[in-house]
Structures are given as structure tokens and as C-alpha cells.
Write a new protein. Structure first.
Length: 617
């Protein structure tokens, strides 16, 4: 892992300098490399693993810390950067115009600028927070770091766990930003900034998805040509950093990236896949198909239950907040396999679904919208009375399906998306203790979803959903999963499909080309129909899903680890003891996939407590 950290003291004495060294060491603990530190009179900044995507800089009394691969799109700033360097240019821009220059930044980055004489600080992250950054107000100043656990090493930071975020974790399987598991900390939102001027702290966003051209009638042929050009340039840009390998699940995205790598380098791409000895989970067939089609140097690793037992404590330790995406385990073993081959940077295909409309829920919600968009007088005055007036209608298969369709379609968005949510289906009061529920708002998760959905700069159902997925699926879930799993293996990750140019292109792509009826990713697949194997274009999406539930029923070591973790959860007063007692013995055998997810969430919560709360108290 690499990243940045630091603090500014606006009054009183600055913390001892060795504290910053401890904070930076936390960031460098997996990736190795050097630590760079710059001190001012009342501020200090550090970067872990300088020259590997992290930089510190001092000019007079002003300080800069950067993580990632940052560039400027403004011609004047770009020219100035060639003269005096990018860090000094950013300081000049900040001093001259405050935060106005942020809109010209491109790439993946976390940035901290300190104007020490004025005691002003600017923190910012890229559009998707690929390089994350958290901050906390402390008495007389502010502290920040790429990892919340590094902030906790500051002597004036409180570590009180926010119970609301425990509930949100169980709902979302992660903690959606800008909130943190710690009450005193805040994560900077994707495309967001924090401007500190003395005791004044301003937070906001300099960028958010905008679909203002979603219904334009653009030339499909020209769009395809432009897309292929952006795809090639985005992949080419990612090839400039390190020894390159490729995650290859066998889906359209990872296969496309691997194919373009081979095309650009005129050498076989190095591809890595994960398999499982579990029916319905293994996708190595498609990965091998893509590898043969593009002539890659391909390697596979088959994850076992023993691997899961080994990885769980490590995954919990590297995640400074509770994180419940079980795909982190296969992602880790895939990255570890590549690292053993000398690969230092992996290219991932994440983002294609959220840019171009590839998730099955988009088609599902389109079908529901056909009914919910009908005039209310027709729905409630004609269709629903007819559908629900037939005695015994629930015993008639077609009528039962119609009634179920009407009930779901009548739920407003975005609540309709959560009808399959694990916590909603099981019921919070059946899982969580009365005391815990009394301390939280059970309606907060839906409020967070609604805020993003209704605030999206889009008019269509699909693009509003894509705006939600930019935050909740990509920025809060999938990208942290891949990044932290790769960190654990000592690997950096690039995301060609999430380049700024690709995001800009997808924003203005007509919505009719993203979802054609129920045909997902229509444009993306048509644009690559002569490039990808037809079987991959038509396959259903799976990814590196982990068969945790089925394994849990049959593997003694995994079941013992789960039982130990669940017993620990019982002592924390969060989950009802009767629910925990029945989870492994009654619920799991009947529905391994469904209840296995709940076991995983509670296991990872318990291991997070052990690594990040119990050991620091």
C-alpha cells in the first residue's frame, strides 16, 4: 500500500514528528519502499513509497503530498508544470485562485496542499476516489491520511465507533462515504475536496456524473470509432507504470483490456484468473477462451476453503473499516499469483457495467418501469382492480406472477432496488438487538440512496441508476475491494475503463445505446463484436464470486472459524443471540448462498473488531 498523510496545527503545538513516521509506516506496511516526509513550522506531510506513485514536496514554507498519477488538463497549468514541476504548479494555482483549479485535474490521485503562512489546507481526491483520503478535525488543527487506521495513530484522535455505520455496513456490506466507522473521521467524497482555512472547514465536490446529453441523436458509427480510440489510449496510458499483468475473469471488460494490451504491445498479455471447485461459481472456461483468443500468457489459481481460512484475518486487517465483499479473497489470490511472477501492476476491467449499462438490475428495473410509468388512473382504476379482484388468484400461476409484478413495480425508486436486500428481507428486528436498534436509524440507508438518486444530473431511469452505482458500487465497494486485495499482495492496480476520457464519453452516450430494451451494454458489445469472442459477448456476468455458503456447510476448518467469529459477535450486543445460534445450524443448511452472505458479513465484522478495536483499546 502507498498513500499520503499529515496534519496542520492552527493553534497550540504540533505533534511530535515521530508520530507522522508511524502514520506513514502504516501506509507502507505491505508495499514496502521508502517514506518521504516534509516538515513545516506547523504542518507536516508524508508519502509512503515515493517514486512509486507517491510524492512529497516543499517550496519555501508550503507543502505538497500527492498519491497516484495526477495530471492537469488546463494548457496554462500544463505548460507551467513543464517549467517548475507539477507540485509547485499546484501550489501556485491554489495560492492564486483557491480551489478553482480542481476541475482541471485528471487521473487517479489523492492530493494535499498546505499554504503554511496562511494556515490553509486543500485536500482532494479523483472522480471515483480510487486513491482515497480521510480527514479528522483535531483540537487546533486537522489530520488526514489515505488509510483511516493511520489517522488513528495521531495522539488527539478519538476512536469511538459509530453504531449507525455498523448498521449501514450490514445493509450495504460496506460503509458508504463520506461517513466513517469512526465518529471523528470523514472520507472525502468521490470528486470531492476539503478546504480548511483556520477553524473553517468547507467540504464539497468539484465533479459529479452528468448525463445532460443522454437523449441526443448521435452517429453510432462515429461513436464506435471514438470509443475504440479512447479505449486504446486509456489502456496505453496504464502501460507506463511497472510490470503489467491483467485480471481475467472471462467477462467482456477484463477480456477487452487484456486483448488491447496484447494489441498495443505486440506481445502476449500476461493474464491471471481464479477458479473454484464449486458448481455455478467457476468461470475459468471463459477466461481460457479469452486467453486462447488473444494469445495471452495465462495462469490460474484455484481457491480452496483452506485459502479462505488463511485470508480472512488478513483481509480484515488491511481494511481499516468493516468490509463485507467476499470477492476480496479471490481478488487477493489472483494478485498474489501475479506478484509471484514479478508483476507489479495489474489492469482490471472494473467500470464497464456502471458506464455502459451492464448489470442485470438495469433490465429488471426497465421492465418494472413499463408499469410504474403508466398513468395512475389506468393502473389504480383499471389494471389493479382486475388483477386483485379474482378470488384465489394467488393459486393461478400467471395471475400470481402478475400480482407480484404489480406489487414490485408500484414501489418507488430507489426503494424498489432494495426489495432483495439481505437485511430488508430478514428484517432488522429479527437480526439485531433491541438496544442496538434503539441507537440507530434504520431508514438512513434508503435516505442515502434516495439522496444520490434524486440528485443525479440525469432525467432517465438508467442514468440515475448509473449515477448511484458510481458511488455505491464502484467508489464505495468494488474499487476498494480490488485495491486493498492487491495492496495485500503488494500490487498496484490500474483501471483503463475508468479513465477520465472514458467516463466523459459514457456520460454523453445516448441512453438508448446503453440499454436497448432489456439488452445490456448494447453499444459496448456492438462496438467490440469483431474483437471479442462471441461466447464472451453473450455470457452472463459472474466475476470472481466466492462459493462461501456451500463451502461453509462442508468444510470443517471454515465452519470452525465461522463459529468462533459468531460467538465473538454475540458478546458485542449487536446481533440477537438466538439468530446467531440458528444461523449455522438451521438457516445455512437450508439456503447456503443466502445465509452464507450473512455469516460472511458477521465474520468480517468480528474480525474487524479484533484487529482494529480490541487491539487498540
Amino acid at each position: 500500500m502507498s498513500g499520503i498523510c499529515g496534519w496542520t496545527a492552527f493553534s497550540g503545538n504540533a505533534p511530535a514528528r515521530n508520530i507522522l513516521e508511524r502514520m506513514a509506516a502504516r501506509l507502507a506496511r505491505f508495499g514496502g519502499g521508502d517514506i518521504g516526509i516534509e516538515h513545516g513550522a506547523a504542518a507536516s506531510v508524508a508519502a509512503a513509497a515515493p517514486n512509486r506513485g507517491a510524492t512529497v514536496f516543499r517550496r519555501h514554507q508550503d507543502l505538497v503530498a500527492m498519491h497516484g498519477y495526477l495530471r492537469v488538463a488546463d494548457p496554462m497549468l500544463e505548460e507551467r508544470a513543464t517549467q517548475i514541476g507539477l507540485p509547485a504548479t499546484l501550489l501556485e494555482a491554489f495560492r492564486a485562485g483557491g480551489r478553482d483549479f480542481l476541475g482541471s485535474l485528471r487521473g487517479r490521485f489523492a492530493l494535499a496542499l498546505v499554504l503554511e503562512p496562511e494556515r490553509k489546507v486543500l485536500l482532494a481526491v479523483d472522480r471515483l476516489s480510487i486513491c482515497p483520503l480521510s480527514f479528522a478535525r483535531v483540537p487546533g488543527g486537522i489530520a488526514f491520511a489515505s488509510d483511516p487506521a493511520a489517522i488513528n495513530l495521531h495522539p488527539n484522535i478519538g476512536r469511538e465507533v459509530d453504531q449507525q455505520q455498523i448498521f449501514n455496513y450490514l445493509y450495504f456490506h460496506m460503509i458508504p462515504g463520506p461517513a466513517s466507522i469512526y465518529r471523528q473521521q470523514t472520507r472525502i467524497s468521490p470528486g470531492g475536496y476539503v478546504l480548511v482555512n483556520g477553524s473553517d472547514v468547507e467540504t464539497g465536490t468539484y465533479w459529479k456524473p452528468s448525463y445532460t446529453r443522454e437523449n441526443e441523436n448521435l452517429s453510432v458509427a462515429e461513436l464506435k470509432e471514438e470509443f475504440r480510440g479512447i479505449l486504446r489510449s486509456s489502456v496505453k496510458h496504464e502501460l507506463n507504470h511497472g510490470v503489467i499483468g491483467n485480471f481475467l475473469s472471462g467477462g467482456t471488460d477484463s477480456s477487452t483490456v487484456a486483448g488491447v494490451v496484447g494489441e498495443l504491445t505486440n506481445q502476449p498479455a500476461r493474464t491471471y484468473s481464479i477458479g473454484f471447485d464449486a458448481e455455478g461459481y467457476d468461470e475459468t472456461y471463459y477466461a481460457r477462451l479469452a486467453a486462447r483468443h488473444f494469445g495471452t500468457e495465462h495462469r490460474e489459481y484455484r481457491v480452496t476453503p483452506a485459502d479462505v481460512v488463511e485470508a480472512i484475518p488478513q483481509i480484515a486487517e488491511i481494511n481499516a473499516e468493516p468490509f463485507g465483499n467476499s470477492s476480496a479473497v479471490p481478488a487477493y489470490y489472483c494478485a498474489r499469483l501475479a506478484r509471484a511472477d514479478g508483476v507489479t501492476r495489474m489492469l482490471a476491467g472494473d467500470g464497464g457495467d456502471e458506464l455502459f449499462g451492464g448489470n442485470s438490475r438495469y433490465a429488471t428495473q426497465y421492465l418494472f418501469s413499463l408499469y410504474s410509468d403508466l398513468p395512475q388512473v389506468l393502473r389504480r382504476g383499471v389494471i389493479e382492480p382486475l388483477a386483485f379482484s379474482v378470488p384465489g388468484g394467488d393459486r393461478i400461476p400467471l395471475l400470481r406472477k402478475l400480482r407480484s409484478y404489480i406489487r414490485q413495480a408500484s414501489i418507488p425508486m430507489p426503494a424498489r432496488l432494495e426489495t432483495y436486500n439481505l437485511l430488508e428481507r430478514l428484517g432488522p428486528s429479527n437480526i439485531l438487538t433491541d438496544d442496538f436498534l434503539a441507537a440507530v436509524r434504520v431508514d438512513q440507508p434508503l435516505a442515502l440512496l434516495t439522496e444520490v438518486y434524486t440528485g443525479a444530473q440525469a432525467q432517465t431511469l438508467l442514468n440515475r441508476m448509473l449515477a448511484m452505482d458510481f458511488k455505491f458500487t464502484l467508489a464505495d465497494n468494488d474499487l476498494p475491494k480490488v485495491n486493498r486485495s492487491a495492496d495485500l499482495a503488494g500490487i498496484d492496480v490500474g483501471y483503463p475503463l475508468l479513465s477520465d476520457d472514458m467516463i466523459d464519453f459514457a456520460e454523453r452516450l445516448p441512453v438508448r445505446l446503453k440499454l436497448r430494451g432489456t439488452r445490456l451494454r448494447y453499444f459496448f458489445k456492438e462496438a467490440l463484436r469483431d474483437f471479442l469472442p462471441s461466447e464472451i459477448i453473450t455470457k452472463k456476468k459472474h466475476g470472481f464470486g466466492l462459493p462461501f455458503g456451500p463451502w461453509l456447510n462442508n468444510e470443517a476448518s471454515l465452519r470452525a472459524l465461522a463459529a468462533d467469529a459468531l460467538n465473538g459477535v454475540k458478546r458485542r450486543g449487536i446481533v440477537r443471540n438466538d439468530f446467531v445460534d440458528q444461523l449455522l445450524t438451521v438457516h445455512l443448511p437450508s439456503h447456503p448462498g443466502f445465509y452464507g452472505t450473512m455469516v460472511w458479513l458477521l465474520m468480517m465484522l468480528e474480525f474487524w473488531y479484533r484487529h482494529h478495536v480490541d487491539t487498540s483499546s
